[in-house]
Design a binder for this molecule. Sequence first.
Ligand SMILES: [Zn+2]
Length: 236
Amino acid sequence: MSKKTYNVESTNSGFANGISTHLANKITKEGTIDVELSANEKEEIIIEAAEAFGQFLDALGVDWRNDPNSSDTPRRVAKAYVNDLWKGRFEALPGITAFPSDGYDGIVQESGIPLTSMCSHHHQTITGRVSIAYIPGPNGKVVGLSKLNRIVEHFGRRGAIQEQLTVAIHDAVATICEGNVGVAVQIDATHNCVSCRGTKHQGASMQTAKLSGNFKQDSNIRNEFFTNISIASRNN
Ligand SMILES: [Zn+2]
Protein backbone atom coordinates (compact mmCIF):
# COMPACT_ATOMS: atom_id res chain seq x y z
CA MET A 1 0.00 0.00 0.00
CA SER A 2 1.55 3.28 -1.07
CA LYS A 3 1.99 6.39 1.02
CA LYS A 4 -0.15 9.38 0.17
CA THR A 5 0.80 13.01 0.69
CA TYR A 6 -1.97 15.26 1.95
CA ASN A 7 -2.21 19.03 1.87
CA VAL A 8 -3.05 19.73 5.51
CA GLU A 9 -1.97 23.36 5.72
CA SER A 10 -4.82 25.64 6.74
CA THR A 11 -2.92 28.88 7.40
CA ASN A 12 -1.20 31.23 4.96
CA SER A 13 2.45 30.46 4.37
CA GLY A 14 4.73 32.97 6.03
CA PHE A 15 2.45 33.31 9.05
CA ALA A 16 4.15 32.05 12.22
CA ASN A 17 1.71 29.13 12.31
CA GLY A 18 2.01 28.40 8.58
CA ILE A 19 4.85 26.86 6.58
CA SER A 20 7.84 29.07 5.76
CA THR A 21 7.80 31.17 2.61
CA HIS A 22 10.93 29.26 1.48
CA LEU A 23 9.05 25.95 1.49
CA ALA A 24 5.90 27.54 0.00
CA ASN A 25 7.92 29.04 -2.88
CA LYS A 26 9.52 25.69 -3.60
CA ILE A 27 6.10 23.98 -3.63
CA THR A 28 4.84 26.58 -6.13
CA LYS A 29 7.97 26.26 -8.28
CA GLU A 30 7.88 22.46 -8.42
CA GLY A 31 4.10 22.22 -8.68
CA THR A 32 3.75 19.53 -5.97
CA ILE A 33 3.46 19.48 -2.17
CA ASP A 34 5.78 16.47 -2.10
CA VAL A 35 8.97 18.56 -1.75
CA GLU A 36 11.48 19.28 0.98
CA LEU A 37 14.10 21.94 1.57
CA SER A 38 17.64 20.69 0.95
CA ALA A 39 20.33 20.80 3.66
CA ASN A 40 21.89 23.75 1.78
CA GLU A 41 18.62 25.65 1.66
CA LYS A 42 18.17 25.14 5.42
CA GLU A 43 21.76 26.25 6.05
CA GLU A 44 21.09 29.48 4.12
CA ILE A 45 18.07 30.16 6.34
CA ILE A 46 20.17 29.49 9.47
CA ILE A 47 22.95 31.87 8.30
CA GLU A 48 20.49 34.68 7.56
CA ALA A 49 18.53 34.17 10.81
CA ALA A 50 21.77 34.03 12.87
CA GLU A 51 22.90 37.36 11.42
CA ALA A 52 19.55 38.94 12.26
CA PHE A 53 19.58 37.51 15.81
CA GLY A 54 23.06 38.98 16.35
CA GLN A 55 21.57 42.38 15.45
CA PHE A 56 18.70 41.74 17.88
CA LEU A 57 21.27 41.16 20.66
CA ASP A 58 23.16 44.29 19.55
CA ALA A 59 19.94 46.28 19.92
CA LEU A 60 19.59 44.94 23.47
CA GLY A 61 23.12 46.13 24.27
CA VAL A 62 24.67 42.66 24.57
CA ASP A 63 28.41 42.42 23.86
CA TRP A 64 27.83 38.86 22.63
CA ARG A 65 30.83 38.72 20.29
CA ASN A 66 33.24 39.02 23.26
CA ASP A 67 31.33 36.79 25.67
CA PRO A 68 32.48 33.14 25.37
CA ASN A 69 29.00 31.94 26.41
CA SER A 70 27.24 34.08 23.83
CA SER A 71 29.62 34.37 20.88
CA ASP A 72 27.95 31.49 19.01
CA THR A 73 24.46 32.13 20.40
CA PRO A 74 22.97 33.72 17.25
CA ARG A 75 23.81 30.59 15.26
CA ARG A 76 22.68 28.29 18.12
CA VAL A 77 19.32 30.06 18.30
CA ALA A 78 18.86 30.04 14.52
CA LYS A 79 19.65 26.29 14.37
CA ALA A 80 17.27 25.55 17.23
CA TYR A 81 14.43 27.34 15.42
CA VAL A 82 15.01 25.65 12.06
CA ASN A 83 15.87 22.15 13.29
CA ASP A 84 13.68 21.82 16.39
CA LEU A 85 11.52 24.65 17.73
CA TRP A 86 9.95 25.57 14.37
CA LYS A 87 10.84 22.37 12.49
CA GLY A 88 7.25 21.97 11.27
CA ARG A 89 7.49 25.20 9.23
CA PHE A 90 10.37 23.89 7.16
CA GLU A 91 9.15 20.36 6.40
CA ALA A 92 6.05 18.99 4.73
CA LEU A 93 4.08 16.35 6.62
CA PRO A 94 5.56 13.00 5.51
CA GLY A 95 3.40 10.76 3.31
CA ILE A 96 0.91 8.64 5.25
CA THR A 97 -0.37 5.14 4.57
CA ALA A 98 -4.05 4.62 5.41
CA PHE A 99 -5.48 1.13 5.88
CA PRO A 100 -9.07 -0.16 5.50
CA SER A 101 -10.93 -0.08 8.83
CA ASP A 102 -12.24 -3.65 8.21
CA GLY A 103 -15.58 -3.03 9.90
CA TYR A 104 -14.24 -1.31 13.02
CA ASP A 105 -16.68 1.50 13.76
CA GLY A 106 -15.71 2.54 17.30
CA ILE A 107 -13.53 5.38 18.50
CA VAL A 108 -9.84 5.23 17.62
CA GLN A 109 -8.14 7.38 20.23
CA GLU A 110 -4.67 8.32 21.41
CA SER A 111 -4.53 10.34 24.62
CA GLY A 112 -1.65 12.15 26.28
CA ILE A 113 0.48 12.85 23.20
CA PRO A 114 3.29 15.14 24.42
CA LEU A 115 3.18 18.65 23.00
CA THR A 116 6.04 21.14 22.85
CA SER A 117 5.17 24.29 21.00
CA MET A 118 5.79 28.02 21.10
CA CYS A 119 3.31 30.86 21.30
CA SER A 120 3.26 33.13 18.26
CA HIS A 121 2.70 36.16 20.45
CA HIS A 122 5.73 36.02 22.77
CA HIS A 123 7.90 33.12 21.50
CA GLN A 124 7.58 31.40 24.87
CA THR A 125 7.21 27.64 25.26
CA ILE A 126 3.84 25.91 25.37
CA THR A 127 3.94 22.40 26.87
CA GLY A 128 1.11 19.99 27.35
CA ARG A 129 -0.77 16.93 26.15
CA VAL A 130 -2.92 16.37 23.11
CA SER A 131 -5.67 13.77 22.81
CA ILE A 132 -6.93 12.83 19.36
CA ALA A 133 -9.82 10.57 18.37
CA TYR A 134 -11.65 9.70 15.19
CA ILE A 135 -14.35 7.25 14.13
CA PRO A 136 -13.86 5.46 10.81
CA GLY A 137 -16.94 5.43 8.54
CA PRO A 138 -18.41 2.26 6.93
CA ASN A 139 -15.76 2.34 4.17
CA GLY A 140 -13.36 4.47 6.20
CA LYS A 141 -9.65 4.33 6.72
CA VAL A 142 -7.46 4.00 9.79
CA VAL A 143 -3.89 5.26 10.06
CA GLY A 144 -0.95 3.97 12.07
CA LEU A 145 -1.19 5.39 15.58
CA SER A 146 2.21 7.13 15.45
CA LYS A 147 0.92 9.24 12.55
CA LEU A 148 -1.22 11.10 15.10
CA ASN A 149 1.98 11.90 17.03
CA ARG A 150 3.56 13.11 13.78
CA ILE A 151 0.63 15.43 13.10
CA VAL A 152 1.05 16.94 16.59
CA GLU A 153 4.79 17.46 15.94
CA HIS A 154 4.12 18.96 12.50
CA PHE A 155 1.83 21.69 13.80
CA GLY A 156 3.24 21.99 17.32
CA ARG A 157 6.77 22.64 16.13
CA ARG A 158 6.12 26.15 14.88
CA GLY A 159 4.59 29.31 16.24
CA ALA A 160 1.05 28.71 17.44
CA ILE A 161 -1.82 29.93 19.46
CA GLN A 162 -3.49 27.02 21.20
CA GLU A 163 -6.91 27.66 19.67
CA GLN A 164 -5.56 27.58 16.10
CA LEU A 165 -3.31 24.61 16.89
CA THR A 166 -6.36 22.64 18.07
CA VAL A 167 -8.17 23.38 14.78
CA ALA A 168 -5.09 22.63 12.64
CA ILE A 169 -4.62 19.19 14.23
CA HIS A 170 -8.36 18.45 13.99
CA ASP A 171 -8.56 19.41 10.31
CA ALA A 172 -5.43 17.42 9.40
CA VAL A 173 -6.82 14.28 11.06
CA ALA A 174 -10.17 14.84 9.33
CA THR A 175 -8.41 15.09 5.95
CA ILE A 176 -6.09 12.12 6.43
CA CYS A 177 -8.61 9.70 7.98
CA GLU A 178 -10.69 9.60 4.81
CA GLY A 179 -14.36 8.67 5.22
CA ASN A 180 -14.39 9.35 9.00
CA VAL A 181 -17.67 10.18 10.76
CA GLY A 182 -16.14 12.37 13.44
CA VAL A 183 -12.88 13.78 14.80
CA ALA A 184 -12.11 15.11 18.29
CA VAL A 185 -9.01 16.93 19.53
CA GLN A 186 -8.38 18.18 23.05
CA ILE A 187 -5.29 20.07 24.24
CA ASP A 188 -4.32 20.76 27.84
CA ALA A 189 -1.25 23.00 27.99
CA THR A 190 0.67 25.48 30.12
CA HIS A 191 2.00 28.66 28.58
CA ASN A 192 5.33 30.12 29.66
CA CYS A 193 4.14 33.53 28.47
CA VAL A 194 1.66 33.42 31.38
CA SER A 195 4.06 32.00 33.99
CA CYS A 196 7.23 33.98 33.02
CA ARG A 197 5.90 37.38 32.01
CA GLY A 198 2.75 39.46 32.41
CA THR A 199 0.89 38.11 35.45
CA LYS A 200 3.66 35.52 36.09
CA HIS A 201 1.06 33.08 37.39
CA GLN A 202 2.33 29.52 37.81
CA GLY A 203 0.24 26.38 37.50
CA ALA A 204 -2.62 27.54 35.27
CA SER A 205 -3.30 25.37 32.25
CA MET A 206 -5.49 25.96 29.21
CA GLN A 207 -7.93 23.46 27.75
CA THR A 208 -9.23 23.68 24.21
CA ALA A 209 -11.24 21.17 22.19
CA LYS A 210 -12.46 20.89 18.62
CA LEU A 211 -15.12 18.30 17.86
CA SER A 212 -16.90 17.38 14.65
CA GLY A 213 -19.32 14.79 13.27
CA ASN A 214 -20.55 12.20 15.78
CA PHE A 215 -18.45 13.71 18.60
CA LYS A 216 -20.36 16.95 18.23
CA GLN A 217 -23.81 15.44 17.66
CA ASP A 218 -23.87 12.55 20.13
CA SER A 219 -23.23 13.32 23.81
CA ASN A 220 -22.53 9.64 24.62
CA ILE A 221 -19.72 9.52 22.06
CA ARG A 222 -18.42 12.89 23.27
CA ASN A 223 -18.42 11.64 26.87
CA GLU A 224 -16.57 8.48 25.85
CA PHE A 225 -13.82 10.69 24.34
CA PHE A 226 -13.38 12.74 27.51
CA THR A 227 -13.65 9.65 29.76
CA ASN A 228 -10.89 7.97 27.71
CA ILE A 229 -8.67 11.01 28.38
CA SER A 230 -9.26 10.67 32.16
CA ILE A 231 -8.59 6.91 32.05
CA ALA A 232 -5.34 7.49 30.15
CA SER A 233 -4.17 10.24 32.53
CA ARG A 234 -4.79 7.94 35.53
CA ASN A 235 -2.61 5.27 33.90
CA ASN A 236 0.30 7.67 33.35
ZN1 LIG B 1 2.13 34.12 24.51
